[in-house]
Write a protein that binds this ligand. Structure first.
Ligand SMILES: [Zn+2]
Ligand SMILES: [Zn+2]
Length: 294
């Protein structure tokens, strides 16, 4: 009985988010900051659940892990959000206006369909970008810091190289005419699902939920130590896409990480894609030193 109740924690939270954006106070929902407050609240709630029912004691949050995670959450809501708005969303909206692109039909879709549209469009882009990151060396160098995580926790989805965080924030949603509430609701649902997919919690959801949405089981397997085992379960929130495109693998992992499970510091995470360049400069250093000595 208790197991059954626990299995409904994730679906209930997704439905609660949906109901909130559908029936919440209109002036609050119209506020552009409402999405920031809502996603931070749900993230904090899921983080707190790690102390209610943890998955692995080896993933228990330490102070160092906690402050690193908070650093990346703050980075995502400030610098990364600004970069996405300035370099992607605003130019896209300007192009949309200049070209006279309009999608009035989208405004008339039922609320739930609007949400599904946003979720599928965002996740479809993320799925293929994520798959590219596991199949192309430069893109992998931006994504590898996320795979150097040596434990999983609620805020770990935000941890990665800033270039990767910018790339995965891109979507075509700015090209569509949609009510703000539908977009915010979709973003909030995606945040809940992907936060649970990284969280050290044991609320294993029912099969029908895990058929569509990514869970910690699927995603921890994606964080496996053997590189080849990471090449599955790319869906950030929609594991359904892996089932459709043939990259789904069942199972889960407790041991996570890359490069013999070496934990990276924040400077190492930032500089990771530049490593080949730094190595080349370092290799040239002795020659220059010898020349200087001569
Ligand atoms: Zn990955
Ligand atoms: Zn991850």
């Amino acid at each position: 009985m208790q197991k059954l109740l626990l299995s409904y924690v994730q679906p209930v939270m997704v439905v609660a988010v949906l109901l909130f954006w559908a029936f919440g106070p209109a002036d609050w929902i119209a506020n552009p900051w409402s999405i920031v407050i809502a996603t931070l609240t749900t993230t904090a709630l899921i983080q707190a659940l790690e102390w209610v029912n943890e998955r692995h004691s080896s993933w228990r949050l330490t102070k160092r892990e906690f402050f690193t995670d908070v650093f990346y959450v703050v980075l995502s809501y400030t610098v990364i959000a600004w970069a996405t708005k300035t370099f992607a969303d605003e130019p896209m909206m300007a192009a949309k206006r200049a070209l006279g692109i309009a999608t009035p039909w989208a405004m008339h879709l039922p609320f739930v369909v609007q949400i599904a549209l946003v979720v599928v469009l965002i996740e479809f882009g993320q799925y293929w970008l994520h798959r590219l990151m596991h199949n192309q060396s430069f893109f992998w160098s931006t994504h590898a810091p996320h795979h150097h995580l040596t434990q999983l926790n609620a805020m770990k989805g935000a941890v990665g190289n800033p270039l990767e965080l910018f790339l995965i924030s891109l979507s075509v949603i700015a090209l569509l005419d949609l009510p703000q509430a539908a977009i915010f609701c979709a973003l909030n649902i995606l945040a809940v699902v992907s936060t649970f997919a990284h969280a050290n919690t044991r609320f294993d959801p029912p099969h029908w939920y895990a058929f569509v949405f990514t869970t910690i089981q699927n995603h921890s397997l994606h964080h496996s130590v053997a590189y080849d085992d990471t090449r599955c379960n790319y869906g950030n929130s929609l594991i359904l896409l892996d089932r459709i495109f043939g990259t789904y693998r069942s199972g889960e992992a407790e041991l996570v990480g890359q490069d013999k499970r070496r934990r990276l510091t924040i400077p190492e995470q930032f500089l990771f894609p530049a490593r080949p360049l730094i190595d080349r400069i370092k290799m040239r250093q002795p020659e220059t030193d010898t020349e200087a000595a001569a």
